[in-house]
Design a protein around this ligand. Structure first.
Ligand SMILES: Nc1nc(=O)c2c([nH]1)NC[C@@H]1CN(c3ccc(C(=O)N[C@@H](CCC(=O)O)C(=O)O)cc3)C=[N+]21
Length: 293
């Protein structure tokens, strides 16, 4: 079993991104600027947004946070989005999800200019992704692809089983793994809550990507020997023995499943840190104006 060290790979990619930004500066170019919009005070959201800003600082990228109270109206948030769309100094921005219930995530996502949508969540960017046209890939799927490449994991002709059909992970990663390129060329099965006999299907997976948000859902009897596993789930549970006050759980029951896997991502330190570097990479693309058409 080999551990896929997302934290280490993310650190390596951050060094590369830092070098690219230094080069941009040398050439007298503009330093990319990423803005994160954070609504309310969800603990996990604050952690993730802070991690994104920290990563920007580390690589020499400009960043800022727009913090809004969770009582903000949908109209006010849409006005903030319009402001960022029109701000020439801002290359890319994200609106951290989830949003409070009174705000439509769909409306907000659709209001973001596709050229600044470094999350890759806008319908036109998802459409481009489906057609294999240049666009911002959604950060988590992009992070998984980068891990596959850097660990030289064979994907051609493999059976990739995706568990979970969310718009930001399961659905796009299933599409990307079926692409006619590397990483890709997989036979993909996209499973979800209505799937009958899930363990029968997951047992046939050469590559298993789990993005459900159900802690320790995948058990040893659900996988075959030699499987490659990407565990996207990340659930916090209160734990008073931890300094942070919580312990993180993936969707995979790591201790019993890992011995059967050829490669596996841990939680934390697996896919999560890669999501953040994908965002940095997308912001550089945005700053270079690569997605203008
Ligand atoms: N507009 C938007 N874009 C997102 O990309 C987005 C989002 N909303 N909402 C929530 C999810 C989740 N997400 C994570 C990012 C980093 C870690 C990460 O760095 N995790 C660390 C642990 C961090 C901790 O201590 O909690 C790790 O896995 O090692 C995890 C999850 C981005 N998301």
């Amino acid at each position: 079993m080999q551990l896929i060290d997302g934290k280490k790979t993310a650190a390596e990619i951050k060094d590369e991104v830092a070098a690219e930004i230094a080069l941009l500066k040398d050439k007298g170019g503009k330093v990319p600027h990423l803005v994160a919009v954070l609504v309310g005070s969800n603990g996990a959201s604050i952690t993730y947004v802070n991690a994104k800003i920290e990563a920007c600082k580390k690589v020499g990228m400009h960043s800022s946070i727009v913090r809004l109270n969770d009582t903000v109206s949908e109209k006010e948030l849409l006005e903030e989005v319009a402001k960022l769309n029109n701000d020439k100094d801002v290359d890319g921005f994200i609106v951290q999800l989830p949003l409070p219930k009174h705000i439509s995530e769909k409306k907000v996502t659709e209001a973001i200019s596709p050229q600044k949508d470094v999350d890759g969540f806008h319908p036109s960017n998802i459409g481009k992704m489906m057609l294999n046209l240049p666009t911002f890939l959604p950060a988590t799927p992009y992070g998984i692809l980068q891990l596959i490449e850097r660990y030289n994991i064979e994907t051609n002709g493999k059976h990739c089983v995706v568990v979970g059909r969310s718009a930001i992970v399961g659905s796009p990663v299933a599409n990307l793994m079926s692409r006619n390129s590397y990483p890709g060329n997989c036979t993909v099965t996209l499973t979800h809550s209505r799937t009958v006999n899930l363990p029968e299907i997951t047992r046939t997976a050469d590559i298993l990507i789990v993005a459900l948000g159900k802690p320790e859902f995948i058990t040893a009897d659900m996988v075959k020997e030699g499987v490659v596993i990407f565990d996207v789930g990340i659930t916090r549970k209160a734990d008073s023995t931890k300094k942070s006050g919580y312990k993180l759980f993936g969707d995979v029951k790591f201790d019993e499943v890992a011995p059967k896997a050829s490669f596996i991502t841990p939680v934390p330190g697996g896919v999560g840190p890669m999501t953040i570097v994908s965002l940095l990479k997308n912001t550089i693309l945005a700053a270079k104006g690569k997605m203008e058409s």
